[in-house]
Design a binder for this molecule. Sequence first.
Ligand SMILES: O=C([O-])[C@@H](O)[C@@H](O)[C@H](O)[C@@H](O)C(=O)[O-]
Ligand SMILES: [Mg+2]
Length: 416
Amino acid sequence: MRIIKVTVTPIAIPDVPLANLKGVHQSVFLRSVIELETDTGLVGLGETYGARRTLEGLQKVAAALEGLDPYDLHDLRRRIETALPDGGGINAPTALTDHKLVDVVYSAYEIPCLDLRGKEVGRPLHDLLGGAVRKTIPFGGYLFYKFAKQDLSFGPDIMGEVMTPDVLVEQARTFHAEYGFQSWKLKGGVLEPELEIETMLKLREAFPGHGLRIDPMGAWTVPTALKVVRRLEGVLEYLEDPCKGMEGMAELSAQIDMPLATNLVVVEFEQVIEAARKDAVQIILSDHHYWRGATGAIHLGEICRAAGMGVSMHSNSHLGISLAAMCHVAAATPNLTYACDTHYPWTTKEIVKGGRPVFRDGAVQVPEGPGLGVELDREALAELHALYNQAMVADRNDTDEMLKYRPDFVRKVPRW
Ligand SMILES: O=C([O-])[C@@H](O)[C@@H](O)[C@H](O)[C@@H](O)C(=O)[O-]
Ligand SMILES: [Mg+2]
């Protein structure tokens, strides 16, 4: 089986103004859909980021993949490294380093290679990743403070303005009624810490026994984070990225018992070792979109086990190909004992046949069909590709978007 054709389709999906430390989501979010066709008539699918640097990286590599054997991931890596020396000369306003770009592009092509293998042998992806230790994958409801949407050109708003603890709890109740989530993550770093503490305490009251987390993305100084920890002791299952950088996390970690999690200070395998040595974090958020694909994410789980750390799973705005891959990775990561993050409730469109997946009690059944177990809905893909061309948004820029809602906004890390 050899690759004979590579198609990368950029798409835009209507989004709503979800707030974070950097600013707020634009009116669309961007994704790239990857199709690898083989000489045996199979098509492998993948979904990853759609911002310019990733998209151009994927496109540069596409031509170099002709003739690739989807079973040879070392060859895939070599081809990508050769096609993207020093970041492939792609300049775009992004935090994605040259080295990470290679990982992201590799991750994006690794999944469709695995999808092809599964399709060829007629086995679900999790079987190729060591087998499923669970078939029901729990997800956490991802809660955001948000503005009421001003620009409705690409799609309607969801839930209007959510800028107080009480309205945030209403958001969680709405998601609970629809998806049945049993745990919750709040994107923090948006309101004063006191209000975010109040929000978490109100969530605890509204959902006794549910897992709770908050992720301010490095918004708090160590003394501020310490105060928050004191108030939320016994309330949170873990605290995600409260402080900036490995040093800030280590300084906080040394003074508290609450586990710290990260998707910001540990994004490379080498950093796992540093984080363990400094005891800076106790839980790492895996993500097959940048931890060297599904196999890399499984390796990360194993390294975390060896380092005595826990594993949880990170998300970004995404659709069903990505969600299916997350389910397979989660199924095959024994020590992934927390509910995975997902932005899915904020997504109104789908590109896989059969539409939106079913969430029962916040969990999704891992697909059992060959490979990823999802099929591409070409009409839906064409519609979202047309939206990409129409929206004229090539990069994510939450900070510029925020200026439309708060003209005096200044991006600052830490903020409090
Ligand atoms: O969608 C967002 O605004 C999130 O902040 C996302 O971009 C992050 O990657 C993520 O959810 C996280 O930091 O955990
Ligand atoms: Mg995070």
